[in-house]
Structures are given as C-alpha cells and as structure tokens.
Design a protein around this ligand. Structure first.
Ligand SMILES: *Cc1c(COP(=O)(O)O)cnc(C)c1O
Length: 475
C-alpha cells in the first residue's frame, strides 16, 4: 500500500481556509526554515480513501471475534465514548481554578468511590497511565511503607512463574530483587514454596487472581496469611477484573494494593497504543504514600510524589465511570458471570479435540496446549493462529504464559453471543481436522491478510520506524 507521501501530487489541496484577515508578520530571518517541509499534497478525496483503506486493513472488536487472552478485547459501549466527548470534559485545562472544574472533580471522586467499592480498597490514585505503570506505582507504595517503618531490608518481591511479564519487570524497575515462585502442577501457588521463600527480606507478593492461566487460586487466604505473617504486603494485578466484578474483592482476599486496567475491564478501547489508565488502589495504611495530586487536598509529606502530570488520562476515567453507572452493581455481576460462562462454554466446545493446559473449570479465560497436536501433525500454535487470522478471527494470545508449551490463551469476554462462540468453535474444530489431513494448509497460512508471516525477531530487534523518501515501504 502506498504512503501519503508517495501518493502526493504537488498542487493538490484539500484545505478550505479563508483568506487571512490579520496583517502579515515577517519572522526574523534566522527563525525561517531554509527549505519548505516535505508534506504530502493530496485532495480530500484521496486522503479520505487512504484512511478508509487503512481502517479496512486493521482488525478490531467491531470487525469480529477477538479472543486475545489476558487482553480483554470486549466491546466498549458507544455511550461511554459519547459521554467522554462532552465539551465540559474535553475543553478544560488542568490548571483552571478548581471551582470551575467541580464536575471533573466529581467524576474523579465518584470513580474513586465506585472502584474502591468494587475492589475493597480505601483510596485510589488515577495518575498511572497503564497497567505496568500502575504496578510500578503500587510497588513504590510498598517500598515507601516498609521504609517509613525503618524496615530497609525488605527488598524482595515474590512473583509466581505464571505472572504477566510486566510483574517482574515492574518490581525490578522499582528497585526490588525478583524471586520467582514455581507454580504447582495444577497451576496454583505452591504454598510450601511460598513458606520457604517468605521471610524477613520479603517486601511483598505480586499475584493475579484468577491468574493468567484462568484459574482462581482458592488458597488465597492462606497465601495472604503467609505473606502477612512474614511482614510482607500483597499486591493484586487487577489488569483483568472481568471474572470477579461484583463476585469477589481483592481487599477481602487479603490484598493491600491493587492496580486496574481501565482500558481492559472498564470500557476504553485499546490495542492501538493508548491512552490507557492504570489506577492504583490501596488499604488505609498505605494512603499517605499515594501519588500526589493537586485536587486531593493537602498533599501528604510521605507521598511518593507524582508519577504523571495532573490526574493521568482523565477521559479514560470518565468512560469507566459511565460504564460503572450504566451497568450498576447487578450489571457488573452479570458481566462477570457471562464472561466466565462464555469462557467455559468455549472451552467445553473445544475440549473434545483440544487439550486444556489445566483441567477443570476456568474463569474468564483458559489456556490450551497444542504440544500433542504439534508432535502428531507438525502444526504449531503459531500455524493455527495464522490459519484463524486467515478465516477472519483474531488469533488468541500465543506462547503465553511461558510455563505452558505451544500455548494458546483464549478470552472470549462477555460481549459475545453464543452464535459467535459456536462459529469460532466450529472453525477451531475444522482446523484441527485440517491439521491432520492437510497440515500444509495451516503451515502456509495466512493467504488473505495484508501481512503474512513477518520476521518477528527482526521486526522487534531492528524496527523501521521512519519513512525515508525513495526507499520501498515495509510491508
Ligand atoms: C495487560 C496486563 C498487564 C499490563 O497492562 P498494560 O496496560 O499493558 O501495561 C499487566 N498484568 C496483566 C495480568 C495484564 O493482562
């Protein structure tokens, strides 16, 4: 596909600006550029076609099924977009006098109250801009808590091997040493290993529950007791709250700090790179360390400081509040129950052929292992993912969590109908058969997508991020 720069026709123009009615002002010579900027020149028609073509090449929740595990690619109601686009929210400045933005302040207060009630926390900051940023902030709270008590030796954070990769990375960024906790056969936390690891140097444990395998750790109260008795704190990775909204609260399970991904569970579209919001909530004992924010009244001298300008990505909070209020507590519960039901239904439909990495019921997502399929047919998780993309379904998350070989992780979410799940299941089963009968079909897939099999290692190691005129555009 040609870039706008390549389509440029000098002299074409798609702007309708009136003649200027203010006197021209001659800029000083040294402020003028020597050559005009190399901007593309196109008519409005060409521009409109270009962006429509781009939009047809991308895949979103509004195109079809998108079971990308751990990412919660659910449909985000348009009403929440509309509310976040109200001029009273979009045309304010963070430095306006407070009495002129009392509506915005009310949004932050109401959202804090609602999300604290949902999570069982006592206070919340909306500054962090994403999940990983929330983790980093939450870990700084834990560090500040121990330091304020003169407890400087607690420098270890325990992280199960099923954790999202951002967990150990955030702990390392916050200056902690990461201790990897091996999971049991059944995918849950090994209590004996935890007892051995927890001690005087433990700052805390980071846990996702249900974890990234889609399993709820029923030993959570005992886990919490072990960590607390050792003097550590519990951190809840609440990036995906889809299984527990209105059902169970991290605060009641024994967690002291949580982050949420408003851009996963609470109605902000994501996948295109932002903006997101990863608010951090905490129990009363950690409130003094929360990030400083001007509207929060007097800033605590013990605050870890600001982690982002002003109040973070405010409009994401508006969408979250609209979502919470439009669903209400019954609606949130129903959303979670449907998310769990949909995941179990899909797992049930696939299990005659596909092997679940862990047996039993799942929560909002589940993980398949294609190890056997690969040894029988040579068809890998990647091949199946490519074949799905060819047939109009976004592939599941691949090769994660790392402890499962040939992993495919599916999260259908609550916003899909039974018919969509059935269609997807039929396709999975059809491809399973094809893997045995005609494996080359899957090995050669995809044939219909704009990009086929890019060299992912090269793309990650040597990304080409800038267009150089005259050079061929990358696929
Ligand atoms: C998505 C996710 C994160 C990271 O969130 P970002 O907003 O991408 O930084 C952390 N933990 C879990 C379990 C996740 O699914």
């Amino acid at each position: 596909m040609k870039l706008l720069f390549e389509k440029s026709l000098p002299g074409s123009c798609g702007r309708y600006l009136p003649d200027s009615d203010v006197p021209e002002y001659a800029l000083p010579e040294d402020a003028l550029r020597k050559t005009p900027p190399a901007l593309p020149e196109l008519s409005e028609t060409e521009l409109s076609r270009h962006y429509s073509a781009l939009s047809r090449r991308t895949y979103g929740v509004n195109c079809g099924f998108y079971p990308l595990g751990s990412c919660t690619m659910k449909y985000n109601p348009r009403i929440n977009e509309e509310l976040a686009a109200l001029p009273g929210f979009t045309e304010v400045h963070p430095l306006q006098p407070e009495h002129t933005v009392s509506g915005c302040r009310a949004v932050l207060d109401l959202a804090e109250d609602a999300l604290c009630r949902v999570t069982g926390m006592d206070a919340m900051s909306f500054q962090p801009a994403a999940g990983a940023h929330g983790e980093f902030t939450g870990l700084l709270l834990i560090r500040a808590y121990h330091r304020a008590r003169g407890d400087f030796k607690r420098m270890k954070i325990l992280v199960p091997d099923s954790a999202h990769g951002t967990n150990p990375a955030s702990a390392a960024m916050a200056g902690f040493d990461v201790v990897n906790l091996p999971s049991r056969e059944d995918g849950l936390v090994d209590l004996d290993a935890l007892r051995r690891a927890a001690g005087e140097d433990t700052a805390g444990l980071m846990l996702t529950n249900p974890n990234t395998l889609g399993l709820f750790d029923t030993g959570i109260r005992e886990i919490a007791d072990i960590v607390h008795e050792a003097g550590g704190l519990l951190y809840y990775d609440g990036a995906n709250l889809n299984a527990v909204l209105g059902v169970a609260r991290p605060g009641d399970m024994g967690f002291d700090v949580v982050h949420l991904n408003l851009h996963k569970t609470f109605s902000t579209p994501h996948g295109g790179g932002g903006p997101g919001s990863g608010p951090v909530g905490c129990k009363e004992a950690l409130r003094p360390y929360l990030p400083a924010s001007r509207l929060a009244g007097a800033v605590s001298p013990e605050s870890i400081g600001q982690v982002r300008a002003f109040h973070g990505n405010f409009l994401v909070v508006v969408r979250a509040l609209a979502y919470l209020l439009s669903l209400g507590s019954d609606g949130l519960l129903e959303a979670s129950e449907t998310a769990v039901l949909n995941a179990n239904y899909l797992l049930h439909r696939l299990s005659p052929k596909y092997k679940a990495a862990y047996s039993g019921r799942c929560m909002h997502e589940f993980v398949l292992t294609l190890e056997d399929l690969k040894s029988e047919t040579g068809v890998s998780a990647l091949d199946l993912a490519k074949a799905l993309a060819d047939r109009g379904i976004h592939p599941p998350t691949m090769y994660f969590p790392l402890i499962v070989h040939e992993a495919l992780m599916l999260e259908p979410t609550e916003t899909e109908t039974k018919e969509t799940l059935d269609e997807a299941a039929d396709l999975f089963l059809e491809l399973y058969k094809a893997a045995h009968d005609r494996p080359e079909l899957l090995k050669n897939a995809p044939l219909n997508t704009p990009v086929r099999r890019p060299d992912e290692v090269a793309a990650a190691r040597n990304p080409v991020l800038r267009y150089t005129p005259g050079e061929a555009a990358q696929e």
